[in-house]
Structure formats: structure tokens, C-alpha cells
Design a binder for this molecule. Structure first.
Ligand SMILES: Nc1ncnc2c1ncn2[C@@H]1O[C@H](COP(=O)(O)OP(=O)(O)OP(=O)(O)O)[C@@H](O)[C@H]1O
Ligand SMILES: [Mg+2]
Length: 395
């Protein structure tokens, strides 16, 4: 071994050690995957790197993250297990080096094309933790020369660390969500238990009986809503939720959302308005998920605005951006809570006096909007009102 390789190997090991410390310190799956691909690029001197995750139960392989070329819309996109290189790596649990991608027809170029990246050479390793393949890490296009066996060794070592970190983050997320879910179930379940217990008493009046039946109906509806919100969050967080992309008419969608809430809003004594320009451009995204996001925001505006107040749904289109805003004249949110608003389960103190809720709505909204490459902003003043604005880039 020459002095030079020795030194460069030592510096590689040093790098890997510092990366694995880094990986062990985060449980946020998105941040973790980003760090892994960045590390892969650096370690192997590649142009890009990407991670595909593998769902053993469904035998599904799907794209998750790529360095610099990241496009949130591609997340969750399926890659065939049969006949793709990543699929080969998963099935054989072995690394692979491809020096000339042109000559290999197993290469699945679909995602590369969408990212504007042509694969010329590739080094791929399986992500294996506890004997389970959780995905594939690929370094794409060696900058100088060819991918070497040292590159492969480094990427295998990184892959092993990465697999453990991914597994931990998933378990933590699941545990976190499940324990919160169970906690949230307690209140509606306790109401149901009380109501059903009271119903078995023969001496209660018809009026009371009817009231109890209504309580049961309300609590079961609440449970159903909560379950579907939990499922949405779990799917969005695991990266398993795939956006179904379609071009659709945003104006039509916004009007549809407005129609869905108007009766309930007017029943609560609110004045509602919608202002959408006729020339709002068409938009490409997941229409159902978008609808879910807008409805969550409208439902908040209604829940947190006392009778007599106003709710306005407004859209605007600029040359590069579409913005959709939901304004209300409700209770507002104290400034000190604004940065926690989009976290799971967060509810501003006092909200429970206004309306029931789990605190999941806004975290779902944020994931959906950011998954479409957009962002969401909030402005609020206590006792005056709140505005949520979605900014979308026009492509
Ligand atoms: N328009 C608003 N006006 C005032 N406060 C709001 C508004 N929207 C959201 N909030 C505050 O943000 C918190 C989080 O909102 P989010 O939609 O995530 O949860 P939720 O409405 O409490 O429950 P869920 O949507 O899960 O049923 C709310 O509990 C409330 O404190
Ligand atoms: Mg809500």
C-alpha cells in the first residue's frame, strides 16, 4: 500500500465516522436522507446520488431523494423491481458497479430524465439493517475516472450506517405517532363509554336518550376523522404517499371547496366570500390532496372565528406565482406560537374552548403544499384575525 492511498483511505474513514455520528443524531427522515445522499456524493466523488426505498411487504421500490436534483413531485414514484438495477440490488443484496450505462438495458432512466440527469456510470449498494433490505443507495456519474472498489467499500459502509439510521427514524416516527394516536383516542372513547352506559339505564327520558345518541354520533364521526388524519400523516411522513399528478383547473377546485363549507359556515353565523380571478392558470398537482389542504385551512378559519365574523377565500396569479389565501376575522394566534403551528399535534392553548381538533390539520397541509414545491405562510393578530397564504410556482 502506498503512502498516498493510505492517507486517502484514512481520510475516507474519518469522513465516514463523522457522517455516521451525524446520521445517528437525527430522527427526521427527510433530513436524514438528504444527509445520506450528500455524503454519498462526497465520498465517491460522484455527480449525484439518490436513494430508493423498498417496502418488503408490498414488494414496492420507490424513489425518495436525490442530491441537488431533488424534485418533491417525484417522491414515491415507483421503480420496477423486475428489470431495474435497483431491483437487482435489492433481490441480490449485493453492490453493483456499472461503468457504461449505455450498454446496460436494466437501467431505469425514467426518474433521471425527469430530474434532468443522464446516468452514464453508476455505483449502487443495498441498504441493509437487521438483515432487512430497506432500500438502495446509488452514486451516479463518477466525476473523474471510474468508480473503484474503494468507492464501493466506502459506499457499503455508508449504506450500512444509513440503513440503521433510516430504520431507527421509521420506528421512532411510528412509535411517536402511535402513542399520540392512542392518547388522542382516549377522550372520544371515554365520551362513548359514558354515553352508551347511560343509554342502558331504563329510566332516562326520551329527550336525554336523543341527546346521548347525538353525542355518540358526533364522537364516532370525530373518531373516523381522526383516523383518516392519522393515516394521512403516517403516509405523508413515510414518503409512501405518492402524488397523483394531473393538470387541473384551480379556480374550479377552489370554488368546489368553498361550496363544501359554505352551509356549515353560514350555520355558524359567518359571512363568507370567494374572490378568484377568471384567468387563474391551470396547475399540475394532486387534485385530491390539494383539496384536502384547502379544506383543512377553510375548516380552521370557520372553527376559530366566532359568529358574526368573516371568512374570505382569495386567489391571485402573478407571472411566476399563484397565491391562495384564506383570511378570517377570528380569535387569532399569539405570535409566540406561530413557529410551532405546523407541527404535529400542536394546538394553541385555549383552542379547545373554540372547537375540537387533533392538531394534525396544518401539518398535513404543510406536507402537501411543500410536496408540490410550494410554501405556506401565516399572519395573525390576536382578536383581529388570521391569514394563511399558499404560494405556488407557475411552471
Ligand atoms: N384560522 C385560525 N385561527 C386561529 N387559530 C388557528 C387557525 N388555524 C389554526 N389555528 C391554531 O392552530 C392549531 C393547529 O391547527 P390544526 O388545523 O393543525 O389543528 P386543529 O384544527 O386543532 O385540529 P384538526 O385540524 O386536526 O382537527 C389550532 O389548534 C389552533 O390553535
Ligand atoms: Mg384544523
Amino acid at each position: 500500500m502506498t503512502g498516498k492511498t493510505n492517507r486517502s483511505q484514512i481520510s475516507r474513514y474519518k469522513k465516514i465516522i463523522s457522517i455516521s455520528n451525524d446520521l445517528a443524531s437525527t430522527l427526521d427522515l427527510d433530513i436524514l436522507l438528504k444527509r445520506i445522499v450528500e455524503a454519498a456524493v462526497e465520498l465517491t466523488n460522484a455527480e449525484a446520488a439518490s436513494i430508493l426505498l423498498y417496502d418488503e411487504r408490498l414488494e414496492r421500490l420507490y424513489f425518495q431523494t436525490a442530491s441537488q436534483y431533488d424534485d418533491p413531485l417525484l417522491r414515491g414514484l415507483d421503480v420496477p423491481v423486475e428489470g431495474s438495477i435497483a431491483g437487482w440490488i435489492v433481490k441480490n443484496r449485493q453492490p453493483i458497479i456499472i461503468h457504461d450505462a449505455k450498454k446496460d438495458d436494466r437501467l431505469y432512466q425514467q426518474i433521471g430524465k425527469s430530474l434532468g440527469l443522464l446516468t452514464k456510470s453508476l455505483l449502487g449498494v443495498p441498504l441493509i439493517a437487521k438483515d432487512k433490505v430497506s432500500g438502495v443507495l446509488e452514486a451516479i456519474n463518477k466525476r473523474q475516472g471510474r468508480f473503484s472498489s474503494e468507492d464501493q467499500e466506502s459506499l457499503m459502509t455508508l449504506g450500512a450506517q444509513a440503513a440503521v439510521a433510516i430504520e431507527n427514524s421509521r420506528l421512532f416516527q411510528q412509535f411517536d405517532l402511535i402513542s399520540e394516536f392512542v392518547h388522542e383516542l382516549r377522550t372520544p372513547l371515554a365520551s362513548l363509554r359514558t354515553a352508551t352506559h347511560l343509554l342502558t339505564h331504563p329510566e332516562i327520558s326520551d329527550e336525554k336518550r336523543e341527546q346521548l345518541a347525538r353525542n355518540i354520533q358526533r364522537e364516532t364521526m370525530r373518531l373516523a376523522e381522526m383516523s383518516s388524519d392519522f393515516l394521512s400523516v403516517a403516509r405523508l411522513e413515510s414518503g409512501r404517499s405518492q402524488f397523483q399528478l394531473d393538470e387541473f383547473d384551480l379556480r374550479e377546485l377552489l370554488n368546489e371547496c368553498f361550496q363544501l363549507i359554505i352551509d356549515q359556515a353560514e350555520e355558524s353565523g359567518l359571512f363568507c366570500n370567494v374572490e378568484i380571478p377568471a384567468d387563474l392558470p391551470r396547475f399540475t398537482g394532486d387534485r385530491d390532496k390539494f383539496k384536502q389542504a384547502v379544506l383543512n385551512l377553510l375548516s380552521n378559519a370557520i372553527k376559530y372565528t366566532p359568529a358574526g365574523g368573516k371568512v374570505l377565500l382569495e386567489a391571485e396569479a402573478g407571472p411566476e406565482e399563484i397565491s391562495i389565501a384564506i383570511h378570517d376575522t377570528g380569535i387569532g394566534i399569539p405570535a409566540k406560537y406561530l413557529d410551532r403551528l405546523f407541527s404535529k399535534f400542536f394546538r394553541a392553548p385555549g383552542s379547545e374552548r373554540m372547537a375540537q381538533g387533533t392538531g394534525l390539520g396544518l401539518s398535513i397541509v404543510k406536507r402537501i403544499i411543500e410536496g408540490h414545491g410550494g410554501r405556506i405562510e401565516v399572519e395573525s393578530e390576536v382578536g383581529v384575525g388570521t391569514s394563511f397564504t399558499i404560494h405556488l410556482t407557475v411552471k
